[in-house]
Write a protein that binds this ligand. Structure first.
Ligand code: MNH
Length: 553
């Protein structure tokens, strides 16, 4: 077979196509580069590249110079101008419409039309290459179990150095499980979700599930009262498919839009708060529109909840993650008139990148009681026992785990083991190829990647070549940026997927993004003033708990 594309010879986004029995050609169309390997920039591109700061420089700028950002944050047109840049620079990194799936190393129509596939940012490693990673590394990949044991298993809990709270870890898991839905039965290249922020984790995966969760009165969702507080209904009262271990008693089988959210009290807590928020919004909409029927109140409430979700994700969640001194904004109108595709697909790489299991601590302190992770798993009733106020307050004070090596807790070891196997089955390209795709310099040595001599040596023994490091291993082993939660790759790859996914949502498009879509100014204002703190404080009786993605000192 012609294996000449196995070394990814085309640079700068050029596409490698085999020709004849052993030749290849680089297609440099619209890359602003030319030459056999698309290695030479056009004159204009050369100037642009010379002027363009590197990702590390931009990051440094955004995380320093407080005085500068104080000014930018307080001058509306400057703040808007920066945010517009963030939107466009990040989302321009994502190919839209999508090009690849995991089944072909070249463009197919299926990539676009068959939405049961996850999309792919980089095509799979071609078949019949000299090594599993292309041309680099050993003839066989290192044993997965050994890799996990050597580099992933948590020996002692390592706390997140920036002070991230467990409230954050659960937000990440809760939010992303509306669009990361691998169709495990069919294989890791398939998914059963809606390719974006569709709030199905609150409302159910389809119309049938929604019907089971709805009251069909005043737009509201079913709830039950426990100790004077509203919680999700039981499965027997809202018979959606849920995942619980066999033998789970009826009174602990709660019905939630996402079938796996009975797994952890933190997920159950977020499910509860969004349920309360939906019903609260419905009350407000009904007061404003006494003539609207159940259906209209429900559908409009759902649009408001989706808007609030994006607002909170950008202005609270991404804000915390970035540690930027610049204050991020959710303002869809900044993209009106720009070249921007309001369509999104979830890629398999984004899914792998979001396996943030190290963020989970090994135990939880809830109002003085210590729970091991094992005591948390499939025990949503822990939330009932302490009440929402105390549970949220405790998670805000609980340190998340550090993102990095040696910090996968006991229950997540099988998950990372599976993930590495899937990455190989899906033939993900080497880590360095992804670095280049996202404008980052390829790492030259293991030490440059890890910033740690010992770790570098151990990894080199396993992989042999820095260009043979696999995707998830690279993400976790990469050194953290100064004063950051993550290394550069997570941010520079995750940022584009995330911004694209949030801003390409239909509600951000010109025909949707106006008051009438959300029940008038009342609904529109709820979105535009939403915050994590208000989400909790508006829906927990009595005084407000501590609501924070960062633990107090
Ligand atoms: Mn988590 C998938 C367990 C925390 C992100 N997670 C899975 C799977 C299990 C699992 C089991 C399914 C794996 C498989 O079938 O191969 N996860 C846990 C447990 C905890 C957990 C026990 C906490 C403890 N997970 C988290 C956190 C995040 C996260 C925190 C951060 C965002 N998990 C994921 C993603 C997937 C996943 C992403 C992939 C989901 C999918 O593709 O369907």
């Amino acid at each position: 077979a012609n294996t000449s594309c196995c070394s990814y010879p085309c640079e700068n986004g050029g596409v490698c196509m085999t020709t004849g029995m052993e030749g290849f050609q680089c297609d440099c169309t619209s890359t602003d580069f030319y030459g056999t390997l698309c290695e030479t920039p056009t004159f204009l591109k050369r100037v642009k590249l010379w002027l363009k700061p590197s990702p590390d420089t931009t990051h440094y700028l955004l995380t320093h110079y407080n005085w500068l950002w104080d000014t930018v944050n307080s001058v509306n047109f400057l703040r808007n101008a920066v945010m517009k840049k963030v939107y466009t620079l990040r989302s321009d990194m994502i190919d839209s419409p999508v090009t690849y799936t995991s089944e072909h190393s070249y463009i197919t129509l299926d990539a676009n039309f068959n939405t049961t596939y996850y999309a792919r940012t980089l095509p799979p490693v071609p078949y019949n290459c000299p090594t599993p990673m292309g041309v680099w590394g050993k003839k066989e990949m290192p044993d997965v179990d050994r890799i996990v044991k050597k580099f992933f298993v948590r020996k002692k809990f390592l706390p997140e150095p920036m002070g991230t709270s467990a409230l954050f870890s659960f937000f990440a898991q809760h939010f992303t499980h509306q669009f990361f839905k691998t169709d495990v039965k069919n294989g890791p290249q398939y998914q059963w979700g809606g390719h974006g922020v569709d709030v199905t984790h609150v409302y159910g995966k389809d119309k049938d599930a929604e019907a089971k969760l709805r009251t069909f009165k005043d737009g509201k969702l079913k709830t039950q009262l426990i100790q004077g507080e509203e919680y999700p209904p039981l499965e027997k009262d809202a018979p959606v498919d849920m995942v619980y271990p066999p033998g789970t008693p009826e009174e602990r089988r709660f019905a939630i839009g996402q079938k796996v959210f009975g797994l952890l009290p933190g997920l159950f807590m977020y499910a509860t708060i969004w349920l309360r928020e939906h019903n609260r919004v419905c009350d407000i909409l009904k007061t404003e529109h006494p003539d609207w029927d159940d259906e209209r109140l429900y559908q409009t409430g759902k649009l408001v909840i989706l808007g609030e979700t994006i607002k909170i994700v950008i202005e609270d969640y991404v804000q915390h993650l970035s540690h930027y001194n610049y204050q991020l904004l959710f303002r869809p109108e900044l993209l009106f008139g720009e070249q921007f595709q309001y369509q999104n697909r979830i890629t398999v790489e984004f899914n792998h990148l979001y396996h943030w299991h190290p963020l989970m601590p090994s135990e939880f302190n809830v109002s003085g009681t210590t729970y091991s992770l094992r005591e948390f798993v499939y025990h949503p009733e822990v939330v009932l026992k302490h009440g929402m106020h105390d549970f949220v307050d405790s998670l805000s004070r609980q340190r998340a785990g550090a993102f990095g090596p040696f910090n996968h807790g006991p229950l997540t070891i099988p998950v990372v083991t599976d993930l590495l196997k899937q990455g190989r089955q899906l033939r993900l390209q080497p880590y360095n190829q992804y670095r280049k795709k996202f404008n980052l310099p390829a790492f030259k040595t293991f030490e440059e990647m890890t910033g740690n001599k010992e770790l570098a040596k151990a990894l080199e023994e396993e992989y042999g070549d820095i260009n043979a490091v696999e995707f998830y291993v690279g993400l976790i082993m990469e050194k953290r940026r100064y004063r950051s939660v993550f290394g550069s790759s997570i941010v520079e790859m995750g940022g584009p997927y995330s911004v694209k996914g949030l801003m390409a949502n239909p509600i951000c498009s010109p025909k949707y993004w106006k008051p009438s879509t959300f029940g008038g100014d009342v609904g529109f204002d709820i979105i535009n003033t939403a915050s994590l703190k208000k989400l909790f404080c508006n829906n927990i009786k009595g005084d407000c708990p501590l609501v924070s993605f960062e633990v107090p000192d």
